[in-house]
Design a protein around this ligand. Structure first.
Ligand SMILES: [Zn+2]
Length: 87
């Protein structure tokens, strides 16, 4: 049981920033919220992370990724996909 809980915590903390940014699908958010209800440890981490993000973010609106950065990122992702397929 303890191991099962730990696994859930790992998964939750791994997608915490996406959850805070609202980038996760609703069903996943629900699962996370359900877990948070029963896990004080994750609630503390979530609150701490949220506070940190609020401090870091000066602008209330999210800044879009600059075009050149996004292009490089996409290029890299495509390249990685390509390389994996070739293997
Ligand atoms: Zn947890």
């Amino acid at each position: 049981m303890a191991d099962h809980y730990h696994e859930n915590c790992q998964a939750l903390l791994g997608s915490l920033s996406e959850y805070i940014d609202g980038e996760l699908p609703p069903n996943l958010c629900e699962e996370i919220e359900k877990h948070l209800e029963g896990c004080e440890n994750c609630r503390v981490v979530l609150n701490t992370t949220k506070r940190t993000i609020d401090l870091v973010r000066v602008e209330p609106a999210r800044e879009p990724i600059p075009d050149d950065v996004r292009e490089r990122l996409f290029l890299r992702l495509n390249l990685d996909d390509f390389l994996e397929q070739k293997k």
